[in-house]
Design a protein around this ligand. Structure first.
Ligand code: ACO
Length: 325
């Protein structure tokens, strides 16, 4: 029924990263398609961005906030490890809603969308706001050129409801494989400090993002076409009927590789990597919001969506967009 997004003010262009690590615009653009990214600054916060994204979605849907039943925040970078979603609920003044965080890295938004749709399909809830928001800038090693050039911060959201009419979520599939999880981590440090005599406690802290880029690349270009292909077969949808390919924005080469597997022309492949880089759980709703507001995506369009990332986790969904415009 609505979508929204919010991004930090501060833009860091590729050449600026060259002040910090041995990299340049040509390398980053040609390998990834990324031209710049936005980074949360001192006067901003992830919760504020997520709140703004959610509010924009709720406004587009024309909902009274008191009618929201559920808020799911997909994030791997909460401000509070106990959960940041209730703070967003309070900011929205959506006092009737239950709000919780969900973590599935870059697949998080898709996992949260499917989770919310289960509450709606069961009839126990009617209206949900699903947010994808991440601040990977705080967990990137800014001296590691192999990862720091890829990521940015941002937030996006959708407002979904049951109408009793046609189900716009045609189908979905979600997968994880923890055995392959070691190629992309934001893991805890294993530092133990003395507590009392003969007892230690584990200090709570995390290490910067660690990624084997080539492995993640191979995983994405293999698994995304498989999961999406199976979904299209299951629902007997020809790839020519897809209006938009909406993939997690990790690397333009991944988008192009997946599109070519389904012979989807580049005009149907949504990409805003150039401006935001990989904003993790935020990429899909951020891209959706941009393309809805500039009226590329029109009501009734069929969207093939796939997210993938750490876990390893991946998923796909086929849905119609039925917003107000
Ligand atoms: N600037 C300049 N040179 C660089 C940079 C940089 N920023 N980074 C690496 N290089 C160098 C390397 O050191 C290497 O040099 P060498 O040949 O002298 O050793 C050379 O460039 C090639 O490096 P590769 O790692 O082989 O580059 P590749 O073509 O594989 O591209 C990339 C790397 C862009 C990371 C790619 O592997 C990729 O996109 N992988 C997928 C990453 C991804 O999608 N991650 C997000 C998943 S979502 C989530 O859950 C967070």
């Amino acid at each position: 029924m609505g979508c929204g997004s919010a991004t930090p003010q501060k833009i860091i262009i590729n050449d600026q990263l060259g002040q910090r690590v041995d990299t340049n615009d040509e390398w980053i653009q040609s390998r990834t398609g990324i031209g710049e990214r936005r980074i949360i600054g001192e006067s901003e916060s992830l919760v504020d961005l997520a709140t703004d994204a959610a509010l924009n979605a709720v406004k587009m849907a024309n909902w009274d906030v008191n009618t929201i039943d559920l808020i799911i925040l997909a994030t791997s970078t909460p401000e509070d490890l106990f959960g940041s979603a209730p703070k967003i609920q309070s900011n929205l003044e959506a006092s009737g809603a239950v709000a919780f965080d969900l973590t599935a890295a870059c697949s998080g938004f898709l996992f949260a969308l499917v989770t919310a749709s289960q509450y709606l399909a069961s009839g126990s809830m009617k209206r949900a706001v699903v947010i994808g928001a991440d601040q990977l800038s705080k967990w990137v090693d800014w001296d590691d050129r192999t990862t720091c050039v890829l990521f940015g911060d941002g937030a996006g959201a959708v407002a979904i409801e049951t109408t009793g009419a046609q189900n716009d979520l045609i189908g979905y599939d979600l997968k994880t494989d923890g055995k392959r999880g070691g190629c992309l981590n934001l893991s805890q440090s294993n530092v133990f400090l003395d507590l009392v005599e003969e007892a230690k406690y584990q200090k709570g802290e995390f290490l910067p993002i660690k990624m084997e880029g080539k492995e993640v690349y191979k995983f994405a270009v293999k698994e995304v076409p498989i999961i999406l292909g199976k979904l299209l077969d299951k629902y007997q949808i020809d790839s020519e009927s897809i209006d938009w390919l909406l993939l997690h924005q990790a690397n333009q080469r991944i988008l192009d590789a997946v599109a070519s597997r389904f012979s989807i022309p580049s005009r149907k492949v949504l990409s805003n990597l150039k401006h935001y880089g990989n904003t993790s759980a935020a990429t899909i709703p951020l891209m959706l919001d941009e393309a809805v507001r500039d009226q590329r995506i029109k009501s009734g369009d069929l969207i093939a969506c796939s997210g993938f990332g750490a876990g390893l986790s991946w998923g796909a969904a086929l849905f119609y967009w039925h917003g107000p415009y």
